[in-house]
Design a protein around this ligand. Sequence first.
Ligand SMILES: [Zn+2]
Length: 335
Amino acid sequence: MFPMAISGHWKRNDYFLGGGRKPSGPKSNNMSNNSAPSPSNSSKIDCLFQQSVDSIVNIVPEKNEEVKKYIQDYQIKFVINDFPGFQFTANTKNQEISISRHSLEIIWVHSYYYWVVYQEARMAQLAGKRHLNLNDSESGKKAIELMSWLDKYSQSKWTLGWPDNLPQPSLSPKIFSDEHVANELMLVSVAFCLHHELNHIIRQHGVTRNNSLSRREEKEADIDAVQYILTGATEPDIYQKRMLGIAISMLFLTSLGIQSGRFDDTSHPKAITRLFDCVDSATLDDNHLIFAFCANTLKMYMDTHGVTIESTEDADKTIKDLFHEYLVEISRQVQ
Ligand SMILES: [Zn+2]
């Protein structure tokens, strides 16, 4: 099926990144137990606050009671704050897990975007095309507009409102609409981030200045979260949905590296390594949809940001091979 050339992608992207194990910033809304959120200003994402916090339990209905017990035993509190960018943190001293509201917006928009691009690429491929221009379809155009708005929104220091005419989160979107899929994927993605943070607390990972220790702990929190979320998913559809959600956060983080032209190896492993580790720690068929989804998303960023790859035609090649090839090329060309 692959590779496909993809053009029309919105290029600029500039988010403030935060994360790790430290207390969060000011202006936070305590979301412990069942308390209703009381945001300091409003965003279209606010309708999904409660579901976002609840996603840590709802992502694994088969372990529902177990997760609730962890939350109770460790006295976990959830907080949504106004950190100006993408940030999930765990404070291992007071057991507080903080989520920035903009993380939720960013994940929703990327879930929507990646999903639409993937659908468009699949349709183009079925029609025998070798090239996809996102501007050629209404849904592609709309998705680009949404990404472009997100970019302006971050540039405006998060003051710009969510336009009414663009796709947006709502509590009850039309079933099977792109908005519905975006809601679902975003909640899985958030649940994965929350399980990652929960692991830091359960394992008592402290704040450390030792980057190599910190990277080991980050990897541990990632892999534990992936395993925890996937092991009970016996139905292929459920497994796929959970895996997509996991991949979306990692693809987003990887996209920041591709767009900025470098991958930083700091307290966290490089985003591209985390993407590889998370996807590869799942047991998947070599032609599983998740590899196509990841390969497609990576190819879109590669095509837009000048990461080139030699022709990869080979009948025996699996989609997993292709995904790995892209990862290798990106690692080689984006240091
Ligand atoms: Zn972490």
